[in-house]
Design a protein around this ligand. Structure first.
Ligand code: G3P
Ligand code: CA
Length: 254
């Protein structure tokens, strides 16, 4: 029998195997499927809005082309972000926060990953904190404070968040080089490490080592049922998956 609690399930870019990534439909489906958390990537538009887009450009995920940070929110909004036959609008972080806070069935966490931390170093985190403050989410005094987790592959971005909002939970994403010594996560004070599933398969002791240092483990992107079982066995706290419904069902079976 496994001694660990089952991992919580985070819908990676929403229920993105079934619906277009980072769209309202993908997040609504994830919530209906019982996801414990939602993951999104955020980028800054030219006019300073945070939008949920993974790539530097919108070429792969929309009917348009162009670099997100060189376009205004209006320009970006002119395109379709859905799958064929299922048109969908660009999603802003503000709209996603509204969805998360409106979802009262079960309190889900929102895992926000900041992109382009170097080029816009500091600006994207400042904008994020301002947006969270708008919803009363940026201070520990808020009842909903613990519903937001900020993540980055850049230790500098996690560090800036820790400095501005010391109690906001954070994940330092990355591969083995960050974690085998444990130094980067310790230095920046991240509350969790975020290895890929490939890294975890190779370094199964990571979860215990993080736990010994008081850190949870968030693992991505865990779609294969064999990997879901491995995460359960190792005691991973959070698994990010493109298949939240199926993963919830797998984990419900003892
Ligand atoms: O959840 C973390 C994971 O999303 C990191 O990789 O490239 O999908 O943003 P990526
Ligand atoms: Ca991401």
């Amino acid at each position: 029998m496994n001694q660990h609690e089952a991992p919580r399930v985070v819908a990676h870019r929403g229920a993105s195997a079934a619906k277009a990534e980072h769209t309202l439909a993908a997040y609504e489906l994830a919530l209906r499927e019982g996801a414990d958390g939602l993951e999104c990537d955020v980028r800054l538009t030219r006019d300073g809005h945070l939008v949920c887009v993974h790539d530097r450009t919108i070429d792969r995920t929309s009917s348009g082309t162009g670099v997100v940070s060189e376009m205004s929110l209006d320009e970006l909004s002119a395109f379709d972000y859905g799958n064929p036959g299922e048109p969908a609008s660009l999603l802003t972080l503000r709209q996603l926060l509204e969805l998360v806070l409106d979802w009262t069935s079960l309190p889900v966490k929102l895992f926000v990953e900041t992109k382009h931390p170097v080029r816009y170093g500091g600006l994207v985190e400042a904008k994020l904190l301002a947006e969270l403050a708008r919803f009363g989410l940026a201070t520990p005094a808020s009842a909903d404070f613990s519903r937001i987790v900020v993540m980055s592959f850049a230790a500098s971005a996690v560090w800036r968040i820790r400095r501005s909002a010391p109690l906001l939970p954070t994940v330092l994403l990355g591969d083995t080089s960050h974690y085998l010594g444990g130094s980067a996560a310790t230095t920046v004070g991240a509350t969790a490490i975020g290895p890929s599933i490939a890294t975890l398969r190779e370094h199964r002791d990571l979860v215990d080592r993080a736990a010994a240092a008081g850190r949870a483990t968030y693992c991505w992107t865990v779609d294969d049922p064999v990997d879901v079982e491995l995460c359960r066995e190792l005691g991973v706290g959070w698994v990010a998956t493109n298949h939240p419904g199926r993963t919830k069902q797998l984990l419900a079976v003892q």
